[in-house]
Design a protein around this ligand. Sequence first.
Ligand code: UT7
Length: 331
Amino acid sequence: MAQVRAAITGVAGWVPPYILTNQELEKIVDTSDEWITSRTGIKERHILKGEGLGTSYMGAEAVKELLKKTNTSPDEINLLICATVTPDMMFPATANLISDKAGIKNAFSFDMNAACSGLLFAIVTASQFVESGKCKKVIVVGTDKMSSITDYTVRENCVLFGDAAGAILLEPTTEEYGIMDSILYTDGSGSAYLHMKAGGSLKPPSHETVDAREHFIYQEGPPVFKFAVTKMADVAAEIMEKNNLKSEDISWLVPHQANLRIIDATGRRMGLSKEKVMVNIQRYGNTTGATIPLCLWDWENQLKKGDNIILAAFGGGFTWGSVWVKWAYDS
Ligand code: UT7
């Protein structure tokens, strides 16, 4: 019997209309467009404004666009997985709220927290349900309202993050396309360098935690950078070696967008020219779970059936990984 694989059959994205530029940040904290651009590659990021709008709002917008463009009825979806570190609430899962907002009634849904690698962990999990025959149509959503956990008095962090959502549809195929292989890693000792101090069961919210500004991202940039640059490049090279893929076999690298210097190092390690590396960090910043689908969305009309694409990410946890995708359709 032919092997069943999970193929990506559609991508969509959604970014809020409000744009926060480097020039505007210069007025909020002691920073400069020159510093932000040279150290990170970021020029602007989108921010979700408006009372009562959280992460699920953006995720649902991306999912509705995905359903529309792939001509899929919400009733056909069997499973929805949401990758996020900024859930609307501690519970219920943001995935449940997205399904409800998008009119998805026949699916089960759950959240996955692997920080900036969340989309990869979610795709790999979703593909197991497709390959086993358990599910026919699965949506993976990466959505984060990073502005809700960003301290706009901390210049090291507030210049980095943006808000956005991206969604991917996975369906079974018996052709040689889809999710071909994956490598995922975690190392919890890295949590010391990148975490949120309060708000969880370890340190529930209190006046003191709010006063100490402990409900925001805590990041020690340089050690995270050191790990990210090594691990993301290593794992991208590892999946190529494992599958005997040479740099000339690769059509695209789709890297998590945390820092242009990390992206460049990964591309170089894989032996790829810059034209093969998707980079949109200058427009969106680091949108955590949304960066990889936003790249696929932006580049969709250039992707061809049969293209070998490597997705690679590194994030809080630490978590990191790579996924080899053979693109399944011509746009
Ligand atoms: O996506 C999840 C995983 N996260 C990442 O992958 C992020 C990894 N880390 C990074 O991308 C980088 O470490 C940062 C972009 C966060 C920082 O860049 P860096 O080159 O590591 O800078 P640094 O933290 O070593 O700071 C260099 C200098 C410092 O000043 P002194 O001590 O040399 O006088 C900082 O205080 O730059 C200063 N600085 C800033 N200056 C202007 C830090 N942030 C800013 C800022 N504007 N926004």
